[in-house]
Ligand binder design. Structure first.
Ligand SMILES: Cc1cc2nc3c(=O)[nH]c(=O)nc-3n(C[C@H](O)[C@H](O)[C@H](O)COP(=O)(O)O)c2cc1C
Length: 317
């Protein structure tokens, strides 16, 4: 079922959330294979992109198979965000997102990420600068507000729409909530009332059915899945058993490794892949023991060999 997110056509309303250290090209491709309609990149430092810092350039690879992809920028200086948007929009991507939700201290200290939820004037300048300099549609990912006393999301969403944003993704928690506590579906509905651009709901969607239920309940344009997709890209699939067998988990992980080997040169980073790999066994009885063995591997080749050995040991079903 093709639907649209403003000008971006998506085949499913299930969207992979931006996650630093996780949503690189191989993982995005894997999520697309499982049915994600759209994937977001890891956040990219606008300043680093402008001065062509190696670690920022490494976040840019994309290809036609993974389209549509949205790449995310963070920063607090409208001029630099605009320059970075101009650079990013030269890339073959579907859109650019502005990070207004990151709670990390080093991001907040520079006035970026979730700090923008308490600075609507600066947020407006940044969104306007990015929209002006981008040839691609711009989305904004926000939180509910700074804390429970300052729920600014409906106001900021309106400002974003006025400044030219084409969609809003809302992690319905405040900065002070971090990543825990209840998700405020009421604030998502308030935003949907205050703007006419598409709204994507994010936060604690832990199963495909839950995503479908939320889409039906509040009628948002999309549901964005973060942590629950890690080690479980089948969350995007309508048809895959959401509690798959061990053999199925290993098969999915081996496909992840294959994509990582194809797209990350000279080879995938051990720490990043280890961090993905153990999650494929979350919630299984042998998961903790497998995690220990994964954590004990000292090279990518060793990790890969271990997973292949595991594949030979489990019943093929
Ligand atoms: C490891 C990790 C990295 C994240 N990195 C980003 C990021 O780069 N940009 C961003 O906007 N949000 C980031 N987030 C927040 C997620 O996009 C998402 O909003 C949040 O995890 C809530 O969704 P969930 O409950 O489905 O995980 C990150 C979250 C995690 C767990």
């Amino acid at each position: 079922m093709t639907s649209s997110l403003g000008p971006i056509l998506i085949k499913s309303p299930f969207i992979l959330a931006p996650m630093a250290g996780c949503t690189d090209l191989p993982f995005r491709l894997l999520c697309r294979e499982y049915g994600a309609g759209l994937c977001y990149s890891e956040m990219i430092d606008c300043q680093g992109l402008v001065v062509q810092q190696q670690e920022c350039l490494e976040l840019l690879p994309t290809n036609t198979t993974e389209q549509p992809v949205i790449m995310q920028l963070y920063g607090s200086d409208p001029g630099t965000m605009g320059e970075a948007a101009a650079i990013l929009s030269e890339h073959p991507i579907a859109g650019i997102d502005i990070n207004m939700g990151c709670p990390m201290e080093k991001i907040i200290q520079q006035g970026a990420g979730a700090a923008l939820m308490k600075n609507p004037r600066l947020a407006e300048k940044i969104i306007a600068a990015v929209c002006k300099n981008s040839t691609k549609p711009v989305t904004v990912k926000i939180r509910s507000g700074w804390n429970q006393h300052t729920i600014t999301a409906p106001e900021i969403a309106k400002i974003a729409e006025g400044a030219g944003a084409q969609a809003i993704a809302i992690h319905a928690r405040t900065w002070s909530d971090g990543f825990t506590g209840p998700i405020d579906h009421g604030v998502i509905q308030q935003i949907m009332k205050s703007v006419s651009i598409p709204v994507i709901a994010n936060g604690d969607i832990t199963s495909h059915e839950q995503g479908v239920a939320l889409l039906k309940k509040i009628g948002c344009a999309g549901v964005m899945v973060g942590r629950a997709a890690l080690g479980a890209p089948w969350i995007f699939s309508e048809t895959v058993n959401q509690h798959p067998s061990m053999a199925y988990r290993i098969k999915a992980l081996l496909r992840h490794l294959e994509l990582a080997e194809t797209h990350l040169t000279p080879e995938p980073s051990l720490s990043k892949i280890r961090n993905h790999a153990w999650k494929y066994f979350r919630g299984t009885t042998t998961g903790p023991a497998i995690r220990k063995q994964i954590d004990a591997t000292t090279s990518y080749t060793e990790l890969r060999t271990f997973i292949h050995t595991l594949a030979e040991r489990v019943p093929q079903k």
